[in-house]
Design a protein around this ligand. Structure first.
Ligand code: ZN
Ligand code: ZN
Length: 398
């Protein structure tokens, strides 16, 4: 009897294998190689707007504030886009939805996704009016649902419940093409990040669009660990009043060797993937410049060498730094980041170069890309520095 069962099982196994092969031949989507996907982090100043194109399909995630609608429209038209498969408005804050009415009016849009958080203000009413005018019914996608964009997939990670603030109610999604993935979390804060982790969806991503413009209230440690990104993109405005990106977030990225791209420094950033590798149209930023107000930074050079001191006094230890734990007092971290160019020069000898003990690069003291952590001011000669294995910065060519 057992043998008979075994034979039946065996036959069933062979049959299912055959069926599986046949099916995979019939389903070119999974069998064929991924199409090219381009992710454009459009520079909209302080705000977000990301265009994703894949195999002739297009999606826009957020649309900047109300002064940026037309600029985004022009950008999309330059890319020869007339129709969007998806417009995803992560949450109803003005820096994400302000420009949306222009986009909704000018483009053909198949699906509009909005957060479950509603606002009662003019910006939000304008959005709803523009949707009504085009007879579009927006929806809030549910967690775990998957949508496709050419060969790419979009997995919804949040919001899985209602929150009492708009940022936490952000739509979060994992965009995957081939083996490469991008994570978007809008302005979700730590609470919402915890809830995303609770879904147990694998959120590992090659590219992390840094939550909430690099705010320290997002990118919590556990969440960052789960993403484990290689690249990070920060969308924020130069000199924004929020102090984005915050030093704490930059420190987390830096300590983990993440390559960071910033719209405030580099304008629009485009990442491209064929599903196997990812490339960017600009080099990674090396400034590590935090946006927090520096207080008396302008006049700090003479009066407050103490602020810059931590970077120097800890130099011997820092060179071995690999963990974010190397900052013993997180609250003092901003101070370290905030005084990039104003480090005290040694009184006795003249400062010759500024070293980065981690990346092993050396800079002219006047370089605009001076390190803010792992910094060591040197009075030594060029020869002696290069003999120690340091290589010249490509920006200032010391
Ligand atoms: Zn925002
Ligand atoms: Zn927000």
């Amino acid at each position: 009897m057992n043998k008979v069962y075994q034979r039946i099982l065996h036959a069933a196994l062979v049959f299912s294998l055959l069926l599986g092969c046949t099916l995979s031949v019939c389903m070119p989507v999974s069998a064929s190689s991924p199409e090219q996907m381009d992710v454009h982090f459009i520079d909209v100043g302080q705000g977000d707007a990301t265009l994703v194109t894949c195999g002739g399909h297009a999606m826009l995630i957020d649309a900047g504030d109300d002064t940026k609608g037309t600029a985004i429209q022009n950008y999309l038209q330059k890319q020869k886009i007339s129709k969007l498969d998806y417009l995803i408005l992560t949450h109803p804050d003005a820096d994400h939805i302000g420009g949306a009415p222009v986009i909704i009016t000018k483009f053909d849009i198949s699906n509009v996704f909005v957060s479950n958080f509603e606002k009662d203000n003019q910006t939000y009413r304008k959005l709803i009016q523009s949707l009504d005018d085009k007879h579009i019914k927006p929806m809030t996608p549910s967690v775990n649902s998957v949508y496709s964009l050419g060969s790419a997939s979009i997995t919804i990670l949040a919001p899985g419940k209602e929150y009492d603030n708009p940022n936490d109610a952000s739509i979060a999604l994992l965009l995957k093409n081939g083996t490469r993935s991008f994570l978007f979390t809008g302005d979700a804060g730590e609470n919402a990040e915890k809830d995303i982790l609770k879904t147990n969806i694998d959120i590992r991503a090659d590219v992390y669009k840094v939550g909430h413009h690099g705010s320290k209230y997002s990118t919590s440690k556990d969440f960052f660990k789960a993403i484990d990104p290689f690249y990070a993109v920060i969308s924020c405005g130069e000199g924004n009043s929020y102090g984005h990106p915050h030093a704490e977030t930059l420190n987390t990225l830096r300590a983990n060797g993440v390559m960071v791209y910033r719209t405030d420094e580099e304008g629009t950033i485009i990442a491209t993937t064929d599903g196997r590798s990812v490339s960017f149209n600009v080099p990674a930023s090396e400034s590590w410049k935090a946006g927090e107000p520096t207080g008396s930074s302008a006049s700090a050079s003479a009066g407050q060498p103490a602020k810059a001191a931590p970077a120097q006094t800890t130099t011997p230890a820092v060179s071995g730094q690999t963990e974010p734990a190397a900052q013993p007092q997180p609250e003092s971290a901003p101070a370290v980041e905030e005084t990039p160019q104003k480090a005290a020069t040694p009184a006795t000898k003249e400062l010759t170069y500024v070293l980065n003990t981690k990346t092993k690069k050396f800079h002219k003291p006047s370089c605009s890309f001076l390190p803010t952590t792992n910094r060591q001011d040197s009075t030594e000669s060029r020869d002696s520095i290069t003999a120690q294995g340091y290589v010249p910065c490509k920006k200032c060519n010391p």
